[in-house]
Design a protein. Structure first.
Length: 323
């Protein structure tokens, strides 16, 4: 029998973790799809049970078999990106092709317009044109279609939150001192096949493996918001951000240029275009010329997708600096 979600939440809040987990697990074993989905989410989040991606995929699969649509969408995303199991693009696409769910129909339409190989990668690798004499900054014209840009924005719209950092002294979230925007991360659980194909396209454009990329981050800048002059490389890390890929999702706004003062370069965003820049010098240290800024938006709203690419594979499940 399905457990009452409010009751389970109250039990967890009161410290009765073992009892709440036992009841949920028993209901899941008995076939309650909602409890199977809840158990999967717990194993994905790592709370109140340890994170276990293969176990999470098992329970997502069980719930999906019983018609739980959110579980099916999430299971397909993890299948395509290889979280908790082998990467299986072909299998994930077969599921999408066979589903009548609205999200699957949307993905089928967008995927049909992409020239993809059997692993979801682009048949033709995008080539950028240099914006600087040294070729350190490239622009990719029409990197994504308007429909793809809209899909990325819609996938994150409901998850947008103001940019914050954690204050080291208090441990509390405080407004970001450099970036005054709203943002959302496209986690592996919502990296659907369309977004996965775009991430594979970014990997092809940058000559890197898709596993080197951090989760795609969607940013929205409203009038007055900006990203002040900064560098994307970290002061200290074993796995540095070697490349930055910026994809402009729209252009119905004023202001918001991306500027590189060292090059006296200002890039005017155009929906669907992207820029790539190299953050590191040959010795692996930060290139000071790559300090850049997202200038203040004057009118409208600027939407941007950012993918920071590391020097080595990056595990999105273990935290931003654990890889």
């Amino acid at each position: 029998m399905q457990q009452d979600e409010t009751m389970i939440d109250r039990m967890i809040a009161s410290g009765r973790l073992a009892e709440a987990i036992a009841l949920t697990r028993a209901a899941a074993m008995a076939g309650a799809a909602a409890d199977q989905f809840r158990l999967a989410l717990w194993h994905l989040i790592g709370d109140p049970v340890p994170r276990d991606l293969p176990v999470a995929r098992h329970w997502l699969g069980r719930a999906a078999q019983q018609g739980h649509d959110d579980a099916l969408a999430m299971a397909v995303a993890l299948q395509a990106n290889g979280s908790g199991g082998p990467v299986d693009w072909a299998g994930a696409r077969q599921v999408v092709n066979g589903s009548n769910a609205p999200w699957a129909q949307t993905q089928r339409k967008l995927l049909a317009a992409m020239a993809l190989d059997i692993a979801g990668a682009p048949m033709v690798h995008p080539v950028g044109r240099p914006l600087t004499n040294d070729g350190r900054i490239l622009r990719f014209d029409t990197f994504c279609s308007p429909q793809e840009c809209e899909h990325l924005a819609m996938a994150s719209a409901a998850r947008m939150e103001p940019a914050h950092i954690i204050d080291e002294a208090s441990g509390q979230a405080v407004p970001h001192p450099v970036r005054t925007s709203d943002g959302a991360v496209i986690s592996p659980t919502i990296e659907n096949l369309v977004i996965r194909a775009i991430n594979l396209r970014i990997a092809a454009a940058t000559g890197t493996h898709v596993a080197q990329g951090e989760a795609l981050t969607i940013l929205r800048y409203r009038p007055g918001q900006q990203y002040r002059l900064h560098h994307d490389a970290f002061a200290r890390t074993a796995n540095q951000r070697s490349l930055t890929f910026l994809l402009y999702l729209n252009d119905a706004f004023a202001g918001g240029e991306t500027s590189f003062p060292a090059y006296d370069l200002r890039v005017r965003p155009r929906g669907g275009d992207a820029i790539l820049f190299h953050n590191l010098l040959p010795d692996g240290t930060a290139d000071p010329r790559m300090r850049h800024a997202g200038e203040p938006v004057r009118e409208g709203a600027k939407w941007l997708a950012t993918r920071w690419i590391r020097t080595r594979p990056f595990d999105m499940w273990t935290g931003p600096e654990a890889a």
